[in-house]
Design a protein around this ligand. Structure first.
Ligand code: HEM
Length: 562
């Protein structure tokens, strides 16, 4: 039993080959115990209408798993009328999946559907009831008014494997463990002081990056800038995470890339979470387990090596993420036990949340600047004026003093036009509640389509244009309270790592614009530069950004470590 070829490509062949098995599987759902104990929620109410409107629920709950109990349940349970949000017509078993196949990028297909069905729209991803939010008002209702009700994450079977069943911070259920991990992250790992303590690492890695671009510029060769940005951010992030370069880095990042792709796939196991048969037959889940075990093996090795190093030299300054976590584990002063498994799950979280998002943002900044030469010229002149005459790496102190307001607008505009996490991370409704006049049943998965909101002409003038000026003299910020602009999310589950993410890209952006001019390969016009996103949780650029760097302000590296 395999996944539906990526997100949903080839879905028809997948559909027909699995349909028969799904019918059997649905029947088995009644008697089989749910795979993850969440079967109650997934089958708590049913979908009768072909217009996606909820019909009276039949109360198929935990007690209904036994056939006799099911009959009793059907006889005695009074149907409870739910007024579900509107949505497109559904098919048996696959629900609304056929509406999403028109586009490999689900947030685009969801935006088109929301135009017809409204800002609070009901979809069925197989048996998973799903609400898609597509307006600032609806986003505010979910992440502020009803924040605590939607403070859980929806975790599909694949993500369950990668997070040791939600033992982590990103997908952990809202509860004591999550609260402690969140507090630990905000106060110890991602605090302003910790971010600042990595300043030297960032400056060295930017220096190395500029040096390698200068070499290509001298040789007159083109570079794949998106690839170079990804390795620069990865190198920086690995050093922030474990304190040094890592011999397992390439293997680990390969496995992580696979994990990120798999987590976003709508595999059969993920859309029928209550079917134990499908979970057991899924090759996708077996591959996920192998990939998770490989990552755990590498992190386990890093944990062992770090513990040994910590025992040898009791160094506490400039701690990396892993040494902070292992110190806290040793001190045992937290209200929860920080087991090696939790440390592993947190390390996987930090890597998956921190690296791609920052490199993706920086790549989109450069892509759009290339597409808009006048904007590039304005950004370059601001940077070149601020650091006039400088030939060595710009430092973060200098960057902070220069207070480059236009460059900040460039970063904001890239985050608007290319939200790195277009659907945020899925939330789960903890209690049936009413939002904007509709019932959202317990267990519903909720996506906030920030990508669609950020491109909605109701809130943005010329939304498809890259215009950093729109943020000049504007108080709009990504603090999570301007609901038309939520690249870092909002509410209790908002991103705690924004400061680090921005710090990991801002100095590089300023340096790329200060030291180099950028030319497209001959024959390519700025407006023809590809802006398609790749499928996945993070909306990376689908194709490489191939450019010629031309030295404009000489770069002379100093004291470059190995
Ligand atoms: C430009 C960089 C980044 C962007 C655009 C970004 C975006 C996001 C978004 C949209 C969410 C989901 C928020 C929600 O559901 O409301 C999120 C969650 C999260 N991010 Fe980031 N992120 C970035 C960098 C980072 C970094 C550097 C780290 C840490 C190393 C990080 C750690 C996390 C964590 C732990 C969560 C889950 C929080 C929770 O569920 O409680 N992020 N991020």
């Amino acid at each position: 039993m395999d996944e539906w070829c990526g997100l949903m490509g080839c879905w028809l062949c997948g559909l027909y080959s699995v349909l028969a098995m799904l019918v059997v599987a649905r029947l088995l759902v009644v008697t089989a115990r749910g795979h993850n104990g969440e079967g109650i929620e997934h089958t708590q109410f049913s979908r009768h209408s072909h217009h996606g409107q909820g019909a009276p629920g039949r109360g198929r709950g935990a007690g209904a798993r036994h056939p006799l109990k099911l009959i009793k349940c059907l006889l005695v349970t009074k149907p409870k009328k739910l007024k579900l949000p509107p949505g497109p017509w559904t098919l048996p078993l696959i629900g609304s999946m056929h509406h999403l196949v028109s586009n490999p990028l689900p947030y685009r297909a969801m935006r088109d559907l929301a135009h017809k069905h409204g800002p609070l729209m009901m979809l069925w991803l197989g048996e998973v009831p799903t609400v898609v939010v597509s307006s600032p008002e609806a986003a505010q209702a979910i992440t502020k008014t009803h924040d605590i009700t939607f403070a859980d994450r929806h975790m599909n079977s694949t993500v369950g494997i990668f997070t040791f069943n939600g033992m982590d911070l990103i997908f952990g259920s809202y509860g004591e463990q999550w609260r402690q991990l969140r507090k630990l992250s905000v106060q110890e790992l991602l605090s302003a002081a910790r971010v600042q303590s990595f300043q030297r690492i960032r400056e060295e890695e930017v220096g190395r990056f500029m040096q390698s671009l200068a070499t290509s510029a001298t040789a007159g060769t083109a570079v794949d800038l998106s690839k170079m940005i990804a390795s620069f951010v990865n190198d920086t992030f690995v050093r922030e995470s474990i304190g040094s370069r890592c011999k397992y880095q390439d293997e680990y990042l390969d496995a992580l890339g696979t994990a990120m792709r798999m987590a976003a796939e709508l595999s059969v196991a993920n859309i029928f979470p209550s079917s134990r048969l499908l979970q057991n037959l899924s090759t996708a889940l077996r591959r996920a387990m192998a990939c998770r075990d490989w990552m755990a093996h590498i992190i386990g090795q890093i944990i062992r090596e770090t513990k040994e190093a910590m025992d040898r030299a009791d160094k506490t300054s400039n701690e990396s993420f892993i040494s902070v976590l292992l110190r806290l584990q040793k001190e045992a002063s937290l209200p929860i036990e920080l087991t090696d498994h939790i440390v592993m799950a947190l390390m996987i979280d930090l890597f998956s949340a921190g690296s791609d998002s920052a490199s993706t943002t920086l790549t989109w900044c450069m892509t759009e600047l290339i597409r808009y030469p006048a904007t590039m010229a304005r950004a370059q002149s601001e940077v070149r004026e601020a650091f006039k005459g400088k030939t060595t790496t710009i430092t973060e102190d200098e960057l902070a003093r220069a207070n480059l307001s236009y460059l900040k607008c460039v970063a904001k505009e890239a985050l608007r036009l290319h939200c790195p996490v277009p659907l945020l991370l899925p939330r789960k409704c903890r209690e049936t509640c009413q939002v904007m006049g509709y019932d959202i049943p317990k267990g519903t998965c909720v996506f906030v389509n920030v990508w669609a909101i950020c491109r909605d002409a109701k809130y943005w003038e010329d939304p498809e244009e890259f215009r950093p000026e729109r943020f000049e003299n504007s108080s709009l910020d990504y603090k999570g309270t301007d609901y038309e602009f939520l690249p870092f999310g909002s509410g209790r589950r908002m991103c705690p790592g924004g400061n680090l993410g921005l710090a990991n890209m801002e100095l590089a952006l300023a340096s790329l614009l200060y030291h180099f001019d950028w030319k497209l390969p001959s024959g390519v016009e700025p407006k023809n530069v590809d802006v398609c996103e790749a499928p996945g949780l993070v909306a990376k650029k689908n194709t490489g950004l191939v450019l010629h760097p031309v030295v404009s302000r000489v770069f002379a590296p100093v004291n470059m470590p190995n």
